[in-house]
Design a protein around this ligand. Structure first.
Ligand SMILES: [Zn+2]
Length: 477
């Protein structure tokens, strides 16, 4: 009974948190490629609030400050750290949403309970040098999450020092994972994945680790409400060099949260919101200690993570090769390529797998049974420069089976074709289409000799309805 009461009260809060989220969302952080300098005005803003203590606790290799933001007066210490991998920013953004929530005058009763029982410490963007380059590793080229014992990176030393000096009771280890993870044997993306890391090879469950499992069971129930079936559980093999495993070993109940993928959410805004809601609800349940009645067995029932998703899965297309027809499934991913400065990106898509892909899934799917894959044609008119692109009706050209246009003068710095035709330089020799893993997926799908779909740089375009999520095509000089 106690369990049910605890859950329902927490769920009321959760619903309110979800519905009022926009009031607290930190609007200055509005895309994934965030940088250290964008966080500084926010730290200054919270630093002048007496409720918060903002303290510099270390520096990255390039000298960027690592700051700890603390709030509350309770005896239970909760430590949250994010983005030890520079290209994993979702939880950093959610932390600043949570800080706005804590700084507000709303939810007074709940916040009183939280701040009287807990002292909460946030260490956002642990790897700012990596974030600057939108890369996983730090400037030393090491994975900070394999440096928990050797402690060669200043960022690793800072995390260890902060954990030890607080002797934190609870730790939230906040990451992003590939969007291609799914909940095992389902087509649902693992929008959030959890792990209560093991602290030894035997994977023993101590009281501390058990409490991490209980909190995860609690958070899973919340996510299920907003993203049903979209939670995965990480394999708990012990990794003796990782921070999560060691922090668990050092006596902090440690919860790993990985933000994965969610359909049509390239900038992970919904996932960030789910982080905000579920982390705040978890903090509330830690403050009230009503997680203690949750059964650990529920943890094992969360489906495991798998990695079987593609951005686009095309099923049973007919593929003619040397006079024979074959049936192929294609698994296509849209790979992000960063622009200079790592503030933005374009797409260079790839065929990741082909053949019988019946055990795989796609964010977007096309049943291509009865459709034949054909190489797209090069438009006979050669353009002098890219300004002439705007005079082309690329949709009409796709319907006629053209997927390429030749342009004599393509500007040197131009990375992507803005229209739904790949651009070719005047002397570029287009190879015959031969489908294989690693190539850029550009072709026409036709039926009875008539183009029905175009795939341009991995983007599917329906040539009858015009429906497409097309972003950019390729340039071959
Ligand atoms: Zn990570």
């Amino acid at each position: 009974m106690a369990l049910n009461i605890g859950f329902s009260q927490n769920f009321d809060l959760t619903t309110n948190l979800y519905e009022t989220y926009d009031n607290y969302k930190e609007s200055s952080l509005n895309k994934r490629r965030i940088k250290h300098n964008e966080l500084q005005p926010l730290l200054t803003k919270h630093g002048v609030n007496n409720a918060f203590i903002v303290k510099k606790v270390g520096e990255s290799i390039e000298g960027r400050a690592l700051n700890l933001i603390s709030i509350g007066s309770g005896k239970t210490n909760v430590l949250l750290w994010s983005q030890m991998h520079g290209d994993e920013p979702t939880a950093t953004q959610a932390i600043f949403d949570i800080l706005n929530f804590l700084a507000s005058d709303d939810f007074k009763e709940e916040k009183k309970q939280i701040l009287e029982n807990l002292t909460i410490h946030f260490l956002p963007m642990l790897n700012p040098d990596g974030a600057e380059r939108f890369q996983r590793r730090n400037l030393l080229g090491v994975d900070i999450n394999r440096d928990a014992v050797r402690l060669q990176s200043p960022e690793s030393k800072t995390l260890k020092y902060v954990r030890d000096s607080l002797n934190a009771d609870f730790g939230f280890n906040l990451h992003d994972q590939s969007t291609y993870y799914n909940a095992e044997r389902t087509e649902k993306p693992a929008t959030i994945s959890y792990l209560a890391p093991a602290f030894n090879y035997e994977k023993d469950i101590s009281e501390k680790r058990g409490n991490a499992m209980r909190i995860i069971v609690f958070m899973n129930k919340i996510i299920q409400k907003y993203a049903p079936g979209q939670v995965g559980r990480y394999n708990d093999d012990f990794e003796p060099r990782a921070f999560g495993d060691n922090i668990q070993k050092w006596g902090t109940s440690t919860i790993l949260i990985e933000s994965g993928g969610y359909g049509n959410d390239v900038e992970k805004k919904e996932i960030r919101k789910l982080n905000y809601v579920s982390i705040l609800a978890a903090i509330y349940t830690i403050a009230r200690e009503n997680y203690k009645t949750i059964a650990i067995e529920e943890y094992e029932k969360i489906p495991e993570n798998d990695r079987k998703l593609f951005d686009l899965k095309i099923v049973k297309a007919t593929y003619p090769l040397m006079g024979q027809d074959y049936v192929l499934d294609l698994g296509i991913n849209r790979v992000e390529v960063d622009k200079k400065g790592n503030n933005d990106f374009w797409y260079s898509s790839r065929i990741i797998d082909q053949g019988d892909l019946s055990t795989y899934y796609g964010y977007e799917k096309l049943n291509a049974e009865g459709f034949t894959i054909r190489q797209g044609k090069i438009h006979p008119n050669i353009l002098t420069n890219t300004r002439e692109l705007k005079d082309l009706n690329s949709f009409d050209l796709l319907k006629q089976g053209y997927t390429y246009v030749r342009v004599t003068n393509i500007p040197v710095g131009m990375l992507e074709s803005p229209i739904s035709l790949n651009m070719l330089g005047s002397t570029y020799e287009l190879p015959d289409l031969q489908l294989k893993v690693g190539i850029n997926p550009t072709f026409i799908l036709e039926k009875d000799g008539k183009p029905h779909y175009a795939v341009i740089n991995g983007f599917l375009i329906d040539l009858f309805s015009g429906k497409s999520d097309f972003k950019n095509a390729m340039i071959y000089r």
